[in-house]
Ligand binder design. Structure first.
Ligand code: AMP
Ligand code: ZN
Length: 457
């Protein structure tokens, strides 16, 4: 039995798939106007762990992740400029070139963090017709009105608008600093925006209402309908999507199709820096490439993220990342000497591991079970079998080190040999210098009865 926390009902619920043995899952993807930062990647790591957990339980998962390449405004609501246009001006390239470049960078990050690719990555700009069709359905069902700058969804027409965030329209109004313009209700949002006269957009399309571009939210409703059908099982995203983006997705699908878009809505909490959100607009971001440039293994970041529960804030520091990297290295070092996996694993620890994950993705508890496995007194072929099974969710690529002696780079081997020579000559200070150099390069050397033993730090 799998229990997952559903933001919609505010309860942990037992997962009851719509189609036996199968799960349809939609994950809100990146806006490809800049490099994804490691906070964004937390969201995709969370979706990956969820998907892998479902697969470990035997489900066949179809995961769809959208690529937002138009319509996401800097204000997240209907204010500000399209983020793609901001990037166009910054880089002097076309919006399509920007989208292609950052989509490529995003996929490289996924690979580095060993996040399984989604089955489909639909782009918003490839689905303009589907979005127009959905807006037409909304229009037909009486949920839209037109203003001078676009077509809007009238949230007052939907009785249970606001059920995901639990916020009433009036409450939003109280905290809002939005310019209402011609909007009828503060929560109303754009489905289609008209290109401003003389605007330099290179992403605009004809529509029944006039030339323009889709609002940000409609892409997810239209593309989830196309690729998963509605309702589907699980929708994921970061907590910042609850109040606006997902609320509006629910409204659109309900208005056009008359059903709830997805049964379970799951949201990851933020990665924080100094306990404030990591966000590009706050200038406190790091990318995966930046971590690598500082000498970190991207999988150390994966390990770090697994160490927190997805519904808790996780504060990023380099000390914490360092500790994660050390823990991962210790695991790798330990399993180098293990025998190749046998046919039988340790059922008790496998059950404990699965129970932790099936209880709303308890990854910190699951990692604790990994350390229990390291310490337990069992033949290493049994432990190896279990560790690789666990790694189907952990995704730490243990198969690359398990049973493989360390491949010592030539440069390190030469330094170690030189140190042996210095030791023979009793030149202790030179020997110490060489040890320090070896450690700077990320290795340690221990003197044993069998000679120097080299480890990766
Ligand atoms: P975006 O590219 O802005 O559409 O964001 C991609 C995903 O990252 C969304 O699911 C966001 O909710 C999520 N996200 C943004 N900032 C953070 C953060 N600091 N920590 C965790 N998730 C985040
Ligand atoms: Zn979305």
């Amino acid at each position: 039995m799998i229990h997952l926390y559903n933001t919609l009902t505010r309860h942990k619920e037992e997962l009851k798939p719509i189609h036996e043995g199968k799960i349809g899952m939609y994950s809100c993807g990146p806006t490809v106007y800049w490099f994804a930062h490691i906070g964004n990647m937390r969201s995709f790591l969370f979706a990956d762990v969820l998907r892998r957990t479902l697969e470990l339980n035997g489900y066949e998962v179809k995961q769809v992740m959208n690529i937002t390449d138009v319509g996401h405004l800097t204000g997240d609501t209907d204010e500000g400029e399209d983020k793609m246009i901001v990037a166009m001006k910054r880089e002097g390239k076309s919006a399509y070139e920007i989208a292609e470049f950052y989509t490529g960078a995003f996929k490289k990050d996924l690979e580095a963090l060993n996040i399984k690719p989604a089955n489909i990555y639909p782009k918003a700009t490839d689905h303009i017709a589907e979005q127009i069709e959905m807006i037409e359905a909304l229009e037909k069902n009486g949920f839209t009105y037109q203003t001078g700058d676009g077509v809007y969804f009238d949230t007052s027409k939907l009785t249970d608008y606001g059920r995901l965030s639990g916020q009433k329209s009036q409450e939003k109004l109280a905290g809002a600093r939005v310019d209402m313009g011609e909007k009828r209700n503060v929560t109303d949002f754009a489905l289609w925006k008209f290109s401003a006269p003389g605007s330099d957009r290179d992403m605009e399309w004809e529509s029944p209402w006039g030339k323009g571009f889709p609002g940000w939210h409609i892409e997810c409703s239209a593309m989830s309908l196309k690729y998963l059908d509605v309702p589907f099982d699980i929708h994921t995203g970061g907590v910042d999507h609850i109040a606006v983006h997902h609320e509006n997705e629910i409204a659109q699908t309900m208005g056009a199709e008359g059903v709830l878009e997805a049964n379970i809505w799951m949201h990851n909490e933020f990665l924080t820096v100094d306990n404030g959100r990591m966000a590009k607009s706050l200038g406190n971001i790091y990318t995966v490439d930046e971590l690598v440039a500082k000498g970190y293994d991207p999988l150390a970041y994966r390990y770090f993220v697994l160490g927190g529960h997805y519904r808790s804030k996780l504060n990023f520091t380099f000390e914490a990342l360092h500790a994660a990297q050390n823990a991962l290295r210790k695991l790798r070092e330990t399993i180098r000497s293990w025998k190749t996996p046998g046919t039988i694993g340790c059922a008790d620890l496998e059950n404990e591991f699965l129970a932790a994950l099936n209880d709303d993705l308890g990854t910190p508890q699951a990692l604790a079970v990994v350390w229990k496995l390291i310490d337990v007194d069992l033949p290493t072929e049994v432990k190896a079998k279990t560790l690789l099974w666990m790694d189907r969710v952990l995704g730490l690529r243990f198969e690359e080190t398990l049973g493989h002696a360390l491949d010592v780079p030539q440069e390190i081997q030469q330094l170690v040999d030189a140190r042996e020579e210095a030791r023979k000559q009793k030149d202790w200070s030179h020997s110490d210098e060489l040890r320090a150099r070896i450690s700077e390069l990320g290795y340690s050397v221990e003197d044993t009865d069998q000679g120097p033993q080299i480890k990766q730090l």
